[in-house]
Unconditional design. Structure first.
Length: 239
């Protein structure tokens, strides 16, 4: 497996995200990036990931620009081929490099700047956002949600949950729900639940439950059972 060096961008790299960069096909040269980047002491199989991304971006690809299908197709590969520890993945500077220096064309494809809902601030966040907010940086968002929804090498749940944009945000916006077992359990609820209100209330109730119960002391089967019971109670109360 080919491994490529990963880099991080410093805070001054925000100056690279200009109007031309947001709207056009600007891609910076290594010489231009040298003043902003440093090696991250991490590697990833970016060649394999690039193949997946290039297939999605190809004009003959069935994956439509600006849709959740883009993330559903790419997120499993992001987590699989950027196989780094969770602690290191929390460094926003790494994801800034991927979005600004490595594949800005992917960010623009998934989040087109000419979308009526897009603003300068929201577009900048797709390149520069923090890992604390999983609705921001385009690459870290995919990595973390895939991490919290995958089952080993099985990413079928990841693909399904990404196709329901509002629901995946409702689950993973909450820091205390960003745990693999809880993420998988709630993702299973999300792909089958028709009501956004029920899902929102289920996520809130699970969050409250983990404030009084040590989730890390429970088995995955028990966590799934608890989440399932909470979901059933919420459904009965609301519907």
């Amino acid at each position: 497996m080919s491994e490529n060096t990963l880099y991080k961008l410093n805070d001054d790299a925000s100056t690279l995200v200009t109007e031309d960069f947001r709207t056009g096909d600007v891609k910076y040269t290594d010489a231009r990036l040298n003043a902003f980047r440093e090696e991250a002491d991490l590697t990833a199989n970016l060649d394999a990931l690039e193949q997946v991304i290039d297939w999605v971006l190809n004009e003959r690809s069935p994956v439509e620009e600006g849709t959740t299908e883009v993330e559903a197709a790419v997120a499993p590969a992001v987590r699989k081929f950027i196989d780094i520890p969770l602690r290191e993945a929390g460094d926003s500077a790494l994801w800034h490099w991927l979005a600004i220096a490595w594949k800005p064309e992917f960010v623009r494809y998934r989040w087109p700047y000419d979308d009526p809902q897009r603003t300068v601030t929201s577009m900048n966040e797709k390149f520069l956002g923090s890992t604390q907010d999983l609705y921001t940086n385009a690459f870290s968002r995919m990595w973390f949600i895939a991490e919290f929804s995958r089952d080993g090498d099985d990413y079928s749940l990841t693909e399904s949950v990404f196709k329901k944009q509002y629901r995946v945000n409702r689950i993973f916006d909450r820091m205390d729900l960003r745990r693999p077992s809880t993420g998988r359990a709630l993702s299973k609820v999300a792909i089958d639940e028709d009501s956004d209100v029920v899902l929102e209330e289920t996520a809130k109730t699970v969050s409250h439950q983990w404030s009084v119960t040590a989730e890390e002391c429970l088995s995955e089967a028990t966590i799934e059972e608890v989440v399932g019971e909470i979901h059933e109670r919420v459904e009965r109360r609301i519907t």
